[in-house]
Design a protein around this ligand. Structure first.
Ligand code: PCA
Length: 391
């Protein structure tokens, strides 16, 4: 069971209704395993986010979805980005009319949404309703609320999911330029969005950067999954190794098992075999972090990354090519830590403190990767000394 706040706006400009609130208000109190709190926000630069923040501090939800009207759009649009600027075309409902004003001087220029935008759009489209990702939430009150929500998540609630969805006008609204979307369809689309986000949120919390003590059951779990992978891949997989922190006895780690599949090439046959087993390939994670001073051969760090089927325990599956630098790196790193428990202990401590102290979970690998490289350089010296080979 998880909890969500979903917001809609009051009418603004010359409209007497705002379908975002009407649709939100028509949602049931429970959607699947998600308990919903519905909240009406004023179209006010000053008060909209303040009201939302108060509700978040009180309810501590797992998920926050804000919605607003984008009258000129013809589909449900899931916003991908919020920018650090207020630049209003018309005054808000308080008569406030900011022009090119930074929202927060101490905050970044922009934030990406943490909602699963693509999955939301697919689910809504499958239901026969128009949906798309939008790369601009505008520069009015909606963008302001989305930006400040994402800033709050980054700094105070790193485990919360949040973002913004714009809805079109309804056909009855006067001055409506497009065909509009019936209110019942908007409500249905938002309900589907909540379902997708709620599923994602359960998964998200389970696989977050929470570091747990070493679990002696991890190698056994790896073996089982590796056997299934070997079965499905046959001789496409040259070897399948348990890598990453869960492969080093005694090391504290995220409860996510890292698996490396070594192949001779990244090809369609491999993709088809992985897809048939329910794995999904990430379009974004196509290269590893490149250690400082090793950036002259980017192809040495190329990989495919797969997410596990949702029915399976969380794993990260990295597919790398035999003989490449990035295929050697995790094997050597693992063997070095296994042979040097004091390094493993210090590394575990570093991870725990990073996880506890970094407000923004997305910067965790940014800080961790160069620290791992420091250990790796020591590992390379050790490898030369003992003539290490991946067994
Ligand atoms: N839409 C406006 C603000 C309130 C709303 O419903 C916007 O897109 O900024």
């Amino acid at each position: 069971m998880n909890t969500a706040i979903i917001t809609g706006f009051e009418p603004f400009d010359s409209d007497s209704i705002n379908p975002s609130w009407l649709a939100v208000n028509a949602l049931p109190e429970r959607v699947g395993a998600c308990q919903l709190t519905r909240l009406l926000l004023p179209v006010s630069f000053k008060n909209a986010f303040a009201r939302l923040e108060e509700a978040i501090d009180t309810c501590r939800p797992d998920l926050v979805i804000c919605t607003g009207l984008a009258a000129r759009r013809t589909s449900i649009t899931v916003e991908r980005v919020a920018i650090n600027i207020d630049d209003a075309r018309i005054p808000d409902n308080d008569g406030f009319h900011p022009i090119e004003r930074r929202i927060d001087y101490a905050a970044p220029d922009a934030y990406f949404s943490c909602l699963p935008a693509r999955a939301i759009c697919e689910k809504i489209s499958e239901a026969g309703l128009p949906a798309a990702i939008s790369d601009s939430a505008g520069t009015y009150v909606c963008n302001n609320v989305m930006f400040r929500l994402l800033h709050l998540i980054a700094n105070r609630y790193p485990k919360m999911l949040g973002g913004f969805i714009h809805v079109p006008a309804t056909p009855e609204m006067p001055g409506n330029e497009g065909p509009g979307m019936p209110l019942a369809d908007i409500t249905r689309a938002l309900q589907l969005a909540v379902e997708v986000c709620s599923d994602h949120s359960t998964h998200w919390q389970g696989s977050k950067r929470r570091i747990v003590e070493y679990n002696p059951g991890w190698p056994g779990e790896f073996k089982e999954i590796a056997a299934q992978l070997q079965n499905g891949l046959g001789n496409l997989a040259l070897r399948i190794d348990h890598i990453g922190s869960t492969s080093v006895p005694g090391l504290a780690a995220k409860d996510v098992i890292d698996i490396q599949i070594t192949v001779s090439e990244l090809n369609e046959q491999l993709l088809a075999a992985m897809t048939a087993m329910g794995y999904t390939r990430s379009e974004i994670a196509t290269s590893d972090h490149i250690p400082a001073g090793m950036s002259d051969k980017p192809h040495e760090w190329q990989k495919w990354f797969f997410k596990a089927p949702t029915s399976q325990r969380p794993t990260n599956t990295h597919v790398r090519i035999a003989g490449r630098a990035n295929q050697r790196y995790p094997l050597l790193f693992r063997d070095f830590l296994r042979a040097h428990p004091s390094y493993a202990k210090s590394y575990g401590e570093l991870k725990k403190r990073l996880a506890a102290n970094l407000a923004n979970s997305r910067t965790y690998p940014d800080v961790k990767d160069p620290a791992v490289d420091l250990i790796y350089h020591a590992a390379e010296n050790w490898a030369t000394r003992i003539c290490w080979q991946s067994e």
